[in-house]
Design a binder for this molecule. Structure first.
Ligand SMILES: NC(=O)c1ccc[n+]([C@@H]2O[C@H](COP(=O)([O-])OP(=O)(O)OC[C@H]3O[C@@H](n4cnc5c(N)ncnc54)[C@H](OP(=O)(O)O)[C@@H]3O)[C@@H](O)[C@H]2O)c1
Length: 280
């Protein structure tokens, strides 16, 4: 059973989703990548995260292949480049994404990171797409607390559905202010790169390895269970190998104990002061 997270609209989505960065880069890998995403859907990892940036739209095409014939099972998240985030650029980018995704709507459309177009324009464009039924929800990515505060002040800005940010045991800065700020407003965070900048390093960390051994699971499963522990975070590991997809889905049933969390805290301490938002 995959847990769910409640969006501000009241809709429940799978707390454990699937990333797609680096999918679609190679034509000869696309079928295997779509198969991996489909296996994830079978296992309840129904939220799929992609972006116009990934493989220049190639990842969206892989998602299209994965969701073909089962669109209603999936909750599709895509992202617009900051340089496309103007009043006219957003609908044009969205139309291109919808075409690549071979669908009539994106469930959640995010501004990939903050750029130079005024947020007012981007939000107005998102609202127009919502009215037209092209997107169901909108949100942001790589926004720090001050960006979220600014967003909340502008007309319609409080309707932001999520902020997708880097979050894993090695990057916990958001716990100081962004995570509580969002929790106070009922906005779930979406954690990207749950295995860190350098998965080979984080997944070999002594704490994660020790906790994994106690539970008879893998360090990757511990990292995922850790990211899901608050019930307010959606985690989107990317896996193109079927074994990794199975491993990740099973991580939803790993229950970390206070002793496990203390051991992870000792090796990867929570922030004691404000840290600026890290991003990949
Ligand atoms: N908004 C943003 O700016 C932003 C930035 C970065 C990422 N993202 C999103 O977040 C998603 C996840 O982040 P990410 O792709 O950077 O990194 P990640 O999910 O932390 O790590 C992906 C790597 O871990 C491997 N892996 C997957 N499951 C595993 C397991 N159970 N055991 C061991 N290794 C495993 C994958 O291998 P295989 O593929 O070979 O299975 C891949 O090499 C992205 O795909 C993207 O959708 C968003």
């Amino acid at each position: 059973m995959i847990p769910t997270v409640r969006l501000p609209s009241g809709e429940e989505v799978s707390a454990l989703g699937q990333g797609t960065w680096y999918m679609g880069e190679r034509r000869d890998r696309r079928r295997a990548e779509a198969d991996a995403l489909r296996l994830g859907l079978d296992l309840g990892l129904t939220l799929i995260d992609t972006a116009e940036m990934y493989a220049d739209g190639g990842a969206e095409e892989v998602v299209a292949e994965a969701i073909a014939g089962r669109r209603d099972e999936a909750f599709v998240v895509s992202k617009v480049y900051p340089h496309n985030a103007s009043r006219s650029g957003v609908p044009a980018a969205c139309a291109r994404s919808l075409k690549r995704l071979r669908t009539d709507r994106i469930d959640l459309y995010l501004l990939h990171w903050r750029g130079s177009h005024p947020l007012e324009e981007t939000v107005a464009a998102f609202e127009a797409l919502q009215r037209a039924g092209k997107i169901r929800h909108w949100g942001v990515s790589n926004f720090d607390t001050d960006d979220m505060e600014e967003l909340a002040e502008i007309a319609g800005g409080a309707a932001c559905t999520t902020d997708q940010v880097l979050y894993n045991p090695g990057n916990r800065g958001i716990e100081f202010d962004l995570l509580p700020w969002c929790a106070d407003r009922g906005i779930p965070l979406m954690a990207y790169s749950p295995f860190g900048h350098d998965p080979a390093r984080l997944l070999r960390s002594r704490a994660l390895t020790a906790v994994a051994a106690r539970h008879g699971v893998t360090p990757a499963q511990v990292a995922i269970a850790w990211s899901l522990r608050s019930g307010r975070v959606i985690s989107i590991p990317k896996a193109s190998s079927p074994d990794h997809v199975r491993d990740n889905a099973a991580a939803a049933s790993v229950q970390l104990t206070p002793e496990d969390l203390a051991e992870i805290d000792a090796a990867h301490p929570p922030p004691a002061r404000k840290q600026s938002l890290a991003m990949l």
